[in-house]
Design a protein around this ligand. Sequence first.
Ligand code: BES
Ligand code: ZN
Length: 621
Amino acid sequence: MAHVTASTPRDPNTLSNYNKWRTSHVTANLEIDFATQWLKGNVVLRLKSLTDSESKEIRLDTSYLDIKDVKLNGAAAKWALEPRSEPYGSPLSIILDKGVAKDKEVELDISLRTTDSCTALQWFSPAQTSNKKHPYMFSQCQAIHARSVFPCQDTPDVKATVDFNIRSRLPVVASGLPTGTKDFRPGKPGESGTLLYTFRQGIPIPSYLFAIASGDLASASVGPRSTVVTGPEELTDCKWELEHDMERFLEAAEKIVFPYAWTTYNVLVLPSSFPYGGMENPIFTFATPTIISKDRENIDVIAHELAHSWSGNLVSNASWEHFWLNEGWTTYIERRIQGAVHSEPHFHFSALIGWRALEGSVEMYGKDHEFTKLVPDLKGKDPDDAFSSIPYEKGFVFLYYLDTLVGREKWDKYIPHYFKTWQQKSLDSFEFKKTLLDFFASDAEASEKLAGVDWDTWFFAPGYPPKPAFDDTLAKPCTDLASKWQHRQTTPFTPKPEDVSRWTANQAVLFLETLLGSLSPLSTNDIADMGAVYAFDKGENVEVVARYFQVGLKARLESVYVPTAELLGKVGRMKFVRPLFRELNRCDRGLAVKTFEKYAGFYHPICRGLVEKDLFGEGRE
Ligand code: BES
Ligand code: ZN
């Protein structure tokens, strides 16, 4: 089945008419102008006609872009920017004099600049960077922010090859392979000149994987095909954190799926306002500096982003309604990597932490909520609003269920088949189902088992899936200690640092998560005692510190309010920022609002927008 057909578009979150035209190549000629904090230049799109001369209009997504001019096949084009419709932006409509025969291509050359309202880019003045010497900028396009950088068919159902020609006065990384730096142009007196940094992405990618960053960047090798890039002062810590596992992860993943397709796998460690743990931009994963915790305990994030090199980047969800195909598969492969690199119990331990995250999300939304479905209805919705652990963990549980249902040996043969079948394409949940059933059609035993799968319930029922039986070897000490604390009122015990001193940070995470998930919160005295003895708030690992504050806030332990506000000024990763703000808001609204206003300029525009909605509702100007 063709992945894009001339029928109705299956992605409800784009205003483009990608059912009539399909982008095959993008050339982005953009200058990074740190003085104005805009990208300026032109973008050339090659678009193929999908119908026989039927469509005389090309509609592209844009959001807060300043469009200067549009040329069609080298000549002036008739174009208009239509009124904005939230949350999708203003479609750019280009009217053709006559239709174009099926499979013939046209070339659009669009001159533009970004604006101050751009939601995809974060800009830093030198004073806002760690060494305060140079400005910095980075992009974050997933889910629907690429349209805020250049006009495009902003849907994961369309994939194109990309040429990046990026001019900057500072080093640039992009989601393509570097093809050189050239064309030095001197700057004004007292200013450095600029260089043209060029990259090519020869594997077709969806718009959301378009990525660039530029700043005072240094690099170090962390494996035979891997480099870490970050600020010069941060480089040695980043190298130490990553070099031990990088190649092991790659080799483990290649054994599970098939050889890595993108040539090199590198990591850019960003400033602390980066709104995610990691973003799987091809060639260069973008990562939060909170993974550099000096204990190599948070590099599961890297195993996760690496896994996207197959699930998401080679094989993509056709729309954000089928996001579980990206994140569920990636979570599954990430855990298989952990199991292979460490030991089988690590797969299960990570799955148990994941189950807690699923409980947290289902509780937050309520178990009948649309967003608790594996395949939610996102018509008219902003995919950022639907973002939670549900596609990750319900998706993981579904894949693990299928894995145990057909048996590991057979399932392991299916994994490469699935990724080969869909590589360089996009698919939805129905195609996932068909591919699986077709593969096992000649295996009577497996087919009989698969005939018992209740697909509709898995895809469309809200709330919890059945909980699989996970091995709890690594988890048991954590849940046992949590239970001691929960019964401390009736069965007193004296906590000692040794209770947790030999634990990994992730065991502390599970311990705290278990307390967070319990219906009867601990007393404030108990939580203060726990903090004093276990020193959870003193470490470098934000996963632990943030969860300890979360436990304290839930019980209204006043001594954690100010430290929480301080942490909110240091990390911009939404996984921590949003729950901490929501809870701080319940404890002390004045402090929450004051803290948000104080740090609003530090947060990435996506994070700022979502926290604003969390604190003030939709309607705030
Ligand atoms: N692709 C996601 C990040 C993302 C999702 C960005 C949706 C924008 C919209 C990335 O792969 C991810 O899942 N990151 C996690 C890492 C974790 C699950 C190990 C994160 O940011 O916490
Ligand atoms: Zn992911």
